[in-house]
Write a protein that binds this ligand. Structure first.
Ligand SMILES: [Fe+2]
Ligand SMILES: [Fe+2]
Length: 324
């Protein structure tokens, strides 16, 4: 059973705290290497791309990965400000740990925007990225705080797993990608533990009705996240066409989109929900029937096919928007 503490988290946070210039100051992205490890990329399942094109796909996917993590942090930062204020000064360590958590998340968002600019410069064109993060964050934050915290815990535990199990051991991985996510991993370790502590605190004070609402909102949040992943997968396909300098056939588009969405669902939904540390929190705050409800909804969600990806006959920025 987890034995985290607010005091332990803030002490460790101060030990590992880094500056953006230290993360980005050493090297640039290397176009001759993969930018995402194989098990976080959809490239392995795609037959219509050759090895060189698959490596280029990881460049596009890493740009999307960075953007999506920053997109999700847009609601995590204000959630933590809210929770810090909730602590009402009665527990100074909790206030300090949560306020620092919010501040680190704002720093991460800034880092990921800067990483995005470097990616665009290295690729030689601006990647298309899913927009609307402020609107999505407002919609997310209007839902049950317990539900938002559960989603946040799943996200922060998967960032741990992706670095430790995939990025760090990946020999050929681009060094700057590894460094960005090594630094992110060090600070996220405290965030995930604080999510656990705050999750237990929030659910303890909920009525049965409020817990039921939190579970329904959690399902809604997962569906919203899946919609975002689908939007970005479509854009990744268009970004890849530009990076490769060729246009795909309808059959190739379908294959690529299916693989991209499958990989994103694995990264952003399945690897968080199945993380043992997330499950320790989730199983302790929900009933067996609530868990069955979520499981059924997630299974349906993951089976859903993406919209057909058919660009207009004369591509234009406005025309492309129509398909998103
Ligand atoms: Fe973060
Ligand atoms: Fe975080």
């Amino acid at each position: 059973m987890a034995t985290y503490s607010y005091g332990g988290c803030i002490e460790q946070a101060y030990k590992v705290n880094w500056k953006i210039k230290d993360v980005l100051g050493k090297v640039d992205f290397d176009l001759n290497r993969p930018w995402l490890p194989a098990d976080l990329s959809g490239s392995g399942d795609i037959f219509c791309l050759n090895p060189e094109e698959k490596q280029k796909l990881t460049h596009v996917e890493m740009g999307a990965y960075v953007h999506l993590v920053g997109f999700l942090e847009t609601f995590i930062a204000p959630l933590m400000v809210d929770l810090a204020l909730d602590s009402d000064g009665s527990d100074s360590q909790a206030f300090e740990a949560l306020a620092n958590f919010a501040s680190e998340e704002v720093k991460h968002m800034h880092l990921f925007r800067e990483v995005g600019r470097r990616i665009d410069a290295r690729l030689g064109f601006p990647l298309q990225r899913a927009d609307g993060q402020n609107e999505v964050a407002q919609a997310v934050l209007s839902r049950s705080k317990g539900a938002v915290l559960l989603l946040t815990a799943a996200i922060e535990w998967f960032t741990q797993q992706h670095y430790v199990s995939s990025m760090n051991p990946s020999d050929g991985l681009d060094p700057l990608t590894r460094e960005v996510f090594r630094c992110h991993w060090m600070e996220e370790a405290q965030h995930a533990r604080l999510d656990h502590l705050e999750g237990l605190r929030l659910f303890k004070d909920m009525t049965v009705l409020e817990r039921g609402e939190a579970v329904e909102d959690f399902v809604w949040l997962l569906a919203t996240l899946d919609g975002l992943l689908e939007r970005q997968s479509l854009l990744d396909g268009l970004n890849l066409e530009r990076h490769l300098g060729r246009t795909f056939t309808d059959r190739e588009r379908t294959e690529i989109l299916d693989s991209l969405l499958k990989a994103k669902r694995h990264c952003f939904i399945e690897s968080g929900l199945s993380h043992p540390n997330f499950l320790e929190l989730y199983l302790s705050v929900t009933t067996a029937s609530q868990q069955a409800r979520v499981l059924g909804a997630v299974r349906l969600l993951l089976q859903r096919q993406p919209f057909h990806w058919t660009p207009p006959t004369e591509p234009s920025p406005r025309g492309r928007e129509h398909y998103l």
